[in-house]
Design a protein around this ligand. Structure first.
Ligand code: DC
Length: 488
């Protein structure tokens, strides 16, 4: 909406930097959108300074600035245009209830601007987190071929997030306003130390600084719903009124490092993707399929009938399953001190593992161990039931799949690279379909896409494409600022 500041400058610079080909143009739009202001809000006095905006956009590297009139955007007037309605769940919290119609106005104008410009990418600030999330849902929902890139909040040296409305603050008011970022940052620190945050206390502290509190809330970062657990990463957001100026800010509460769940059928590329993600985000890699394979190997080598519950229970009681991760991110699997890393990939184990993975006692024992490994968070786990049964509180759930033909092709090349004899593609495809059938029809924890998982179909995508897509989705929920690639 203009009155550009350092936050906008960062959006422009990031757009320039992210274009590896340097052939794209960065367009800055300046449009003070009347549809997103309520009757008693500051549309009339909102700061306008197009001359400065042009200078800042140019200095930051923009190719052009576009400041259309109201008529250029809404030919025939606003009332002759379609108005969008944001789904009520996305505006049920934070600014939504306090600013009725605001996000509808934002959505309506954004779709109009985007269809006029048709950009490849849209750079938006993370400071307006709810707006960013709503626009991600909108673009996804309408299937617009535009990638949204969120850029982290830029703060002034005193900690106040840049906002065009900061211009309204007198020096005294600004001093008071600083309590907002300071108290939010303190809360985030407390949570990192294992303490909890009392929202009522936080509100009282803000009020002690003469800030009139509109809301202090915690919501999950993507669906913007109240969080049911204090075990999950969430957003702590607040809006205050400081001498007539409305200020918003937020922080992330991280009671534990992130958990990513990657489920899906055999051969969808889960292992390669999960290992690479763990390495890029510096998280532990947990291959739960390897655990089922190791138990299968043990049952096979001890000639145990999987139907013999007592014999299986005996094996589980004495089970010592170790997953050791090397510096390079590779995982060694030891069962009762035998290194089975390679042998569990053999066709013999592969053809029997679904049967063993369907045994209740095996699933119970391994699920307990997996939950234990993830108790402090900080991992990427792959399997079939990670998002549904093992880590239902995961911060990101991906259901990675591919057609059976594609998975058979990949399995053949995997077997070849491991030195095992390959079967013909039709046999492999039939085997894969049979494994899918057993895995998805078993009684406990069947292979199932969790309701809140994102499905990625990897046919025609390279492994790098899949990893990049998942990283992008991850960072749309837990920004780079909070958990960067190559996290230390
Ligand atoms: O991913 P994979 O092919 O290594 O998995 C081996 C088998 O283990 C697979 O047939 C399904 C089963 N499995 C499971 O039932 N639950 C998990 N969480 C992981 C694997």
């Amino acid at each position: 909406m203009g009155s550009l500041h350092k936050g906008h400058a960062k959006l422009i610079k990031s757009a320039m930097d992210l274009d590896a080909t340097k052939s794209s143009k960065v367009l800055v739009s300046v449009f003070i959108n009347p549809l997103q202001f309520g009757d008693n809000e500051d549309f009339e006095r909102y700061p306008r300074n197009l001359e400065n905006d042009c200078a800042l956009a140019k200095a930051s590297g923009a190719s052009a600035i576009w400041a259309p009139s109201f008529e250029e955007v809404f030919k025939g007037g606003a009332s002759s245009h379609f108005q969008l309605k944001v789904p009520s769940n996305l505006e049920a919290h934070l600014c939504g209830p306090k600013r009725p119609g605001h996000f509808d106005g934002v959505a309506t104008v954004m779709v109009r601007l985007l269809t006029l410009v048709r950009p490849q990418k849209l750079f938006l600030g993370e400071k307006d987190w709810q707006q960013l999330v709503i626009l991600r849902h909108l673009i996804n929902n309408l299937g617009l071929p535009i990638e949204i890139v969120g850029i982290d909040t830029v703060r002034d040296a005193d900690g106040l997030a840049y906002s065009s409305r900061n211009k309204y603050l007198t020096p005294e008011q600004r001093q008071k306003a600083l309590a907002l970022p300071r108290l939010l940052a303190n809360a985030a620190k407390e949570v990192r130390y294992g303490n909890s945050v009392n929202l009522k206390d936080l509100q009282n502290m803000l009020e002690q600084h003469n800030l009139e509190v509109e809301y202090v809330e915690t919501v999950d970062p993507f669906q913007l719903q109240s969080t049911k657990t204090d075990q999950k990463i969430c957003i702590l957001a607040a809006a205050v009124n400081c001498g007539g100026t409305r200020l918003i800010d937020h922080t992330f509460l991280m009671p534990r490092p992130p958990i990513i769940a990657i489920d899906g059928p055999a051969g969808a590329g889960k292992s390669t993707v999960t290992r690479a993600l763990a390495k890029r985000l510096n998280l532990i890699y947990l291959d739960t399929g390897a655990m089922y394979r190791a138990v299968t190997w043990l049952i096979q080598t001890q000639n145990i009938d999987p139907q013999d519950n007592i014999a299986v229970m005996r094996i589980l009681e004495n089970l010592n399953l170790e997953l050791n991760q090397s510096e390079a991110g590779d995982q060694k699997i030891l069962i009762n001190s035998h290194d089975v890393t390679e042998i569990i990939r053999s066709p013999e184990v592969t053809s029997f593992v679904s049967t063993v993975a369907a045994i209740n006692s095996v699933r119970e024992a391994l699920t307990i161990q997996q939950k234990q490994i993830g108790i402090k968070g900080g991992l990427v786990a792959e399997g079939r039931d990670i998002g549904t049964a093992v880590f239902p509180d995961a911060d990101l759930k991906i259901f990675l799949t591919a057609s059976a033909v594609e998975r058979a092709r990949r399995r053949a090349s995997d077997l070849k690279s491991r030195g095992f004899a390959t079967q013909d593609l039709n046999t492999l495809e039939a085997e894969i379909k049979e494994r899918d059938r057993i895995d998805s029809t078993r009684k406990i924890s069947p292979l199932l896409k969790a309701d809140d998982a994102i499905e990625l179909i990897s046919d025609g995508m390279t492994i790098e494409n899949v990893i990049d897509s998942i990283l992008e989705i991850f960072h749309s929920r837990i920004p780079k600022e909070v958990w960067p690639i190559d996290h230390p």
